[in-house]
Design a protein around this ligand. Structure first.
Ligand code: HEM
Length: 400
């Protein structure tokens, strides 16, 4: 069977090159070898964040640099401090109950009509669960979800150009599309939460940031990060994993009888196959050398490097034969994470992975118990900021 025959990947970009494993193309270094990508992402102190338009964000305005776009020892320190909210044991001990309650309630509401709009349900669920951890508990979830989704409505980017290929008009549009929902998010969600936590700390991320002396503007930026990096990404993955399980009866059956570790292994394989964030970008600050097999490349300082996550995650040298098939528990060499690079690697590696995975598991386990049947397949569109898929219109009828 050829590689293409064995593919069950749904989020496929037409004409996406997958030939050269490390190459400089159109002014950008592209890395599609998982091993070389990992070395680049782990080159501590030698690269800086260049994704999510980080290089166009003026950092001077912030007293504390935003976690997603900072680098160096202060960033390491920041991560160490927020790490305690996201460690796997913290997630399973502190947040599992709230996730279960939220999933049961939202599923009961959605199934009252017998039909579940899975992508909508996933959005409200992911926003509510993350909001609880962060401390954004002041506004109704559907309204906050709308504000976060609107933020993603951004014009396209051409990362090979210093102006990101946007005309002044498109930059103005990007600022408008981004700033209006952020202003609304601040007034309706973030400011009331800060006021309440200043009066009475509540053991959540916002209370922690206040304790660390963050200003309101600094806290807003962190909340936007958690809102977009945490809530919107998890929503897409829940819809994607649900779509795979609803259309693969053997996998769904295995999922339903499996224990927690095996269910998580299935989800890890699905997110390796269908990464939500398609590309990670770094700017080299020093010369960085990466090896792939017996070849070595030296990337000079000052270069933009694009880690192509979809291709790296399907690199047969790292993940073995049939890289585009869903084989939970596949044999992987030491050092290769079962999720590939779907949660990044190195100093910016996603701290929210355990939360996202448990969260997905809690909802899908409950959905599958309702003996769901797929009514309509989703449409796939692509987001410009994280270069990931967006699934919309996935409708399910429940029969129990
Ligand atoms: C399926 C869901 C998720 C996916 C696919 C995802 C993916 C990622 C990726 C790829 C990065 C690394 C970016 C880079 O290296 O440039 C990242 C960073 C981050 N994620 Fe997640 N994430 C998810 C869920 C979450 C959740 C639930 C939270 C927290 C509530 C979260 C919080 C963050 C934060 C704060 C960062 C920035 C870390 C840093 O730059 O040091 N993520 N995420």
């Amino acid at each position: 069977m050829s590689e293409a025959d064995a593919s069950v990947r749904r989020a496929v970009v037409a004409d996406e090159a997958d030939v050269s494993r490390v190459v400089k193309e159109g002014g950008i270094w592209r890395i599609r070898s998982l091993s070389a990508a990992r070395q680049l992402l782990r080159a501590r102190g030698q690269t800086t964040q260049a994704g999510f338009t980080a290089e166009s964000i003026p950092k001077g305005h912030f007293r504390h640099h935003p976690i997603l776009i900072s680098d160096g020892p202060l960033h390491d320190e920041q991560r160490r401090k927020v790490g305690r909210f996201f460690a796997p044991e913290v997630v399973s001990q502190q947040y599992l109950g709230a996730m279960e309650e939220c999933a049961d309630r939202l599923l009961a509401e959605a199934t009252a009509s017998g039909r579940v709009q899975l992508d909508e349900l996933a959005l409200h669920y992911a926003v509510e669960v993350t909001a609880g951890v962060v401390g954004l508990t002041h506004a109704p979830v559907p309204a906050m979800s709308r504000r976060l989704v609107r933020f993603f409505n951004q014009p396209p980017l051409d990362r090979s150009r210093p102006d990101l290929g946007r005309t002044p008009r498109q930059w103005a549009q990007a600022a408008w599309n981004g700033l209006v929902p952020i202003a609304a998010f601040y007034v309706a969600d973030v400011r009331p939460a800060i006021r309440a936590r200043r009066r009475q700390p509540a053991g959540d991320v916002i209370s922690h940031l206040i304790e660390q002396g963050y200003s309101n503007a600094d806290i807003l930026v962190e909340c936007v990060t958690y809102g977009t990096a945490g809530m919107v990404t998890t929503r897409e993955f829940i819809a994607m994993a649900g779509w795979h399980l609803l259309t693969n009866p053997a996998l769904a059956q295995r999922y339903q009888v499996a224990g927690t570790q095996e269910r998580l292994a299935i989800l890890h394989e699905l997110i390796r196959l269908e990464p939500v964030v398609g590309h990670l970008y770094r700017r080299t600050q020093d010369e960085v050398s990466v090896r792939d097999g017996d070849q070595e490349w030296t990337i000079p300082a000052g270069e933009l490097v694009d880690v192509c996550v979809r291709q790296a995650n399907a690199d047969p040298e790292a993940v073995g034969p049939d890289p585009l098939a869903a084989c939970p528990g596949r044999e992987l060499p030491t050092g290769v994470n079962p999720t590939g690079l779907s949660f990044g690697d190195g100093s910016h590696r996603c701290p929210g992975q355990p939360l996202a995975m448990y969260e997905t598991d809690v909802l899908l386990t409950r959905l599958l118990r309702l003996r769901p049947r797929l009514l309509s397949e989703p449409t796939i569109t692509w987001d410009h900021l994280i270069e990931g898929y967006q699934l919309r219109g996935i409708e399910v009828v429940t029969t129990r």
